[in-house]
Design a protein. Structure first.
Length: 476
């Protein structure tokens, strides 16, 4: 139980209430005792004066113990809760109303007695208890005689031994017992109310803790945190934490999905790159082995084998270059240097690079650029690479006497470029996997992502393919 926040708060609250309850009870008992002592002394302040008047406790300056004992016996029979003592002018005890051996003091300090007789000190005034040297009690005192130099004092302890313990005080006070009972009941009620309040206050925290656990158990693939709506009182700290956690969950789930998708694309890319590398490497190895093992080759055959081997070497070189280019584009240090340039001129320049290859296959390569086309704002070197990859890919996959078209036109606030061919098209399963997995097109996609654009593809088997992307217009 104490491992949870609610359990810890409950334990702290319980300890606090026990401490407050103990302090309250102790303070109540103390103040009640002081109040009872003050009230008792105030009500009996003249008791000793009334008793001492006309009793003949002193005669001729001498104490009369027999008269004192008779008076004390009568007083004990009338008021057994008091103890009476006859003192000389120095405070020495001359007579008392107690069994032999019960009185432990021989004298009583007269300082409290004088303060009592002066009437200026606040009650209760505590005096020596002749029966216990370590304790003081309330008293009533009177000089004998009442007028003139005192020959002695009548010293009366109020309450005697009956008010010496808390138990006796509780037994003798119904109001005190009722007050303590009400105090205990109030503390218990406040404790239960506090526990219920803590349970309600920690409800959001418990829901959040469960959501965190569910999110972890889901493998960080499912949003489990509750989104707390804005109430009339606004969000508290736990509500803001819950909403922040939900937003964090959504971001983590999205990033995990992106990472998984990127990992799947990476595995697919590695698989295709491995295939693309293995094909020319195997052919290159085969032709080189043929040249080294086969004797009697004519010069024409040897020249043909070397030409084919060189073409595979160039293919390997291009693939390796593409891999390095892709790694460079994935580098966080890559800087895109954007500048204004004529997209129409760039399209024409890129098309010129492939006219010779297109002419060898009898492919018709058309370039169409809209008049008064605004300047583009991008990295001209990277966009040149995108166009070269798309046009080169279209020329390479378009059969003889086919057609490749490159178009540049305005598309509202951005410029649009289309590269179309009449090739065999892309199968639907590869089209669903972002069009194709060739390194050239992967590089083109990455470059366009760096420019805040994407490469769209439309294709039908046997009817050709069209790639489309857009670029921002110059800011000037």
């Amino acid at each position: 139980m104490f491992r949870t926040l609610y359990g810890k708060l409950s334990a702290v609250l319980l300890a606090l209430f026990l401490l407050v309850g103990a302090l309250f009870v102790a303070l109540t008992l103390y103040t009640t005792r002081i109040h009872l002592l003050e009230t008792n002394q105030r009500l009996n302040r003249d008791l000793a004066r009334h008793i001492a008047s006309g009793t003949g406790l002193f005669e001729g300056g001498r104490a009369r113990p027999e008269a004192a004992h008779a008076l004390f016996d009568m007083l004990m029979s009338v008021h057994p809760a008091v103890e009476a003592y006859l003192l000389d002018p120095a405070g020495r005890i001359l007579a008392f109303s107690a069994p032999p051996g019960r009185v432990k003091r021989e004298r009583v300090s007269l300082g409290p007695v004088r303060r009592f007789l002066e009437g200026t000190a606040a009650f209760p005034i505590m005096g020596d208890d002749p029966r216990d040297p370590s304790r003081q009690k309330t008293f009533s005192a009177a000089p004998i005689p009442p007028v003139g130099p005192p020959q002695g004092y009548l010293y009366i302890i109020l309450g005697g031994e009956e008010a010496d313990s808390v138990g006796q005080m509780l037994q003798g006070s119904y109001i005190l017992r009722l007050s303590l009972l009400m105090a205990v009941a109030s503390l218990l009620f406040a404790l239960l109310a506090g526990l219920l309040l803590f349970h309600r206050l920690t409800a959001h925290y418990r829901r959040l803790a469960h959501a965190v656990g569910d999110f972890e158990r889901s493998g960080f693939s499912r949003v489990t945190g509750p989104r707390v709506p804005h109430g009339p009182g606004g969000e508290d700290e736990i509500d803001r934490l819950a909403n922040a956690f939900t937003r964090m969950e959504e971001k983590i789930v999205r990033q995990v999905r992106e990472i998984r998708d990127a990992d799947a694309r990476r595995r697919e890319l590695v698989s295709h790159v491995s295939h693309d590398l293995r094909t020319p490497l195997t052919s290159l190895q085969g032709y080189l082995e043929t040249l080294s093992m086969k004797e009697g080759l004519s010069d024409r055959e040897r020249s043909e084998y070397l030409s084919i081997a060189l073409s595979h070497c160039r293919r390997l070189r291009d693939l390796i270059f593409d891999l390095f280019e892709l790694a460079r584009l994935d580098s966080p240090d890559l800087q895109v240097r954007q500048e204004r340039f004529s997209l129409a001129d760039l399209v024409q320049d890129v098309a010129m690079k492939f006219r010779l290859d297109a002419g060898r296959k009898g492919i018709r390569l058309e370039v169409e650029a809209e008049e008064d086309l605004p300047f583009a704002f991008a990295d001209i070197g990277l966009i040149d690479r995108v166009l070269a990859n798309l046009v080169g890919n279209a020329v390479r996959h378009t059969p003889e006497y086919g057609e490749v078209a490159v178009r540049a036109f305005s598309g509202g606030e951005r410029l649009r470029v289309q590269v179309s061919d009449t090739g065999p098209g892309i199968p639907p399963e590869r089209l669903a996997g972002h069009g194709t997995t060739g390194l050239g097109l992967v590089i083109a996609r990455k470059i366009l992502e760096l420019h805040g654009s994407e490469l769209a593809v439309e294709s039908r088997e046997g009817a050709g393919t069209t790639f489309t992307f857009d670029l921002p217009v110059t800011k000037s």
